[in-house]
Design a protein around this ligand. Structure first.
Ligand code: PLP
Length: 305
């Protein structure tokens, strides 16, 4: 009987299995130390979007974390293709993971003595904020008692599982009936949120933070779209006060594109509705997802007769 991949698939130890069958060991530092770097590439209408850019970032992250998973870029790319093709998913959240692995010498506390390994998994497309929240404008908490972990403690440019700050922030936001959280650093600059970058629009200038953030691939797409729309763009420190004085605020993520923000703490933007520029950029992002220039088509397996 053919296996059921409708919930997703994983590529692990060289095999493709239904997502529920993919496991890693309990002594893997991925689990015991959150010692993982990963990436997530969107699959949209049967193609990867900007795959070379996501692979570049993943390779950079592995180097930054001093991980060697023993696979070439071509082998990783082939694993992703085979896995998504087998899953049959035409819109997917496709994660690629480099894990520190279990100690080769049992009990070793030396990070050099772990068996680094690669795995990947894909599930139906994930919206970091639900589409109805994006359509209404997201309401965010920017807490003054929870900060983004300093970037000399955890490198935010290497996508990672150190989510203690974000999880605490998400609980605080949900406790207040808000949709999500965005964190500042200890110097009073805005950073990012759990799974997204942030932008402030003032006049014809879009600003996004340069520090304490993952360099989002969607952020890059948004900056390109903004310039094409005749806006000026700036990548620099974004003080909290400047964010709160913006005309419009919006988020960017591979899980849902551009998300207008209608409220941060007590401050509402665009009369509590998605702003016109954010709304236009959201539509342009979805258009770009189907632009052949950025697509790597997936060769799906034909359905069994
Ligand atoms: N910042 C963090 C912490 C993230 O985890 C993500 C994505 O998951 C982003 C920003 C947005 O990056 P991208 O646009 O590449 O999805």
């Amino acid at each position: 009987m053919s296996k059921d991949f409708s919930d997703g698939a994983a590529w692990i130890r060289g095999s493709i299995v239904p997502i529920a069958e993919a496991t890693i060991g309990v002594t893997d530092w991925a689990l015991t130390h959150s010692d993982v770097t990963y990436d997530v590439v969107p699959v949209w209408e049967g193609a990867f979007f900007r795959l070379p850019d996501y692979l570049d970032r993943f390779e950079h992250s592995m180097q930054a974390c001093r991980m060697d998973v023993g696979l070439s870029r071509a082998e990783i790319e082939a694993a992703l293709h085979d896995m998504v093709a087998r899953s049959g998913l035409r819109a997917s959240y496709c994660a690629l993971v480099a894990a520190r692995g279990a100690p080769i010498i049992p009990g070793s506390r030396d990070p050099r003595e772990c068996a680094n390994h690669f795995y990947a998994w894909c599930v139906p497309y994930v919206h970091v904020l639900k589409p109805e929240v994006a359509e209404a404008g997201a309401r965010l908490l920017l807490p003054d008692d929870i900060h983004r972990i300093p970037d000399d403690s955890v490198n935010p440019r290497a996508k990672n599982y150190h989510w203690g700050d974000f999880t605490q922030g998400l609980f605080a936001a949900k406790d207040q009936g808000l949709d999500n959280v965005v964190l500042s650093d200890h110097a009073g600059n805005v950073t990012e949120g759990p799974g997204f970058n942030i932008f402030a629009l003032k006049g014809d200038t879009v600003v996004t933070p340069d520090r304490g953030v993952l360099e989002g691939i969607t952020r890059r797409t948004v900056l390109e779209l903004a310039r094409e729309a005749g806006l000026k763009t700036e990548i620099r420190a974004l003080p909290i006060a400047e964010l709160l004085q913006a005309d419009e605020v919006f988020l960017s993520t591979s899980g849902g594109g551009v998300i207008p923000v209608s409220q941060i703490n007590e401050r509402t933007f665009s009369n509590g509705r998605p702003g016109p520029t954010a709304t236009r950029l959201r539509a342009s992002y979805f258009d770009r997802l189907t632009d052949p220039t950025y697509r790597t088509e997936i060769a799906y397996e034909p359905a069994p007769a």
